[in-house]
Write a new protein. Structure first.
Length: 82
């Protein structure tokens, strides 16, 4: 893969790679991998926040199902229970 960047960006990449003791290619590869990991971490964090925010709603729904009712606390809907 070839990537074109302006000279300022290219020089910054060379300097940072040299400071880390890696090639420019390895430096860019590490940046992309780190960015991809951050996206994954952001998704997991958002999912955890969602579950925390709606924990009581899910608990109520599952309790209703376990008690033989329908989701939303609507009883059995006229269906026989076991």
């Amino acid at each position: 893969m070839n990537v074109r960047v302006d000279e300022t960006t290219a020089q910054a990449a060379r300097e940072r790679a040299l400071a880390r003791g890696v090639s420019v290619n390895r430096y860019i590869e590490e940046l992309v991998q780190r960015d991809a990991a951050e996206v994954g971490r952001s998704f997991v964090d958002a999912a955890a926040d969602f579950m925390k925010s709606y924990e009581s709603v899910f608990a109520d729904e599952f309790e209703a199902l376990e008690a033989g009712g329908l989701p939303g606390g609507k009883g059995t809907g006229g269906l026989p229970t076991a």
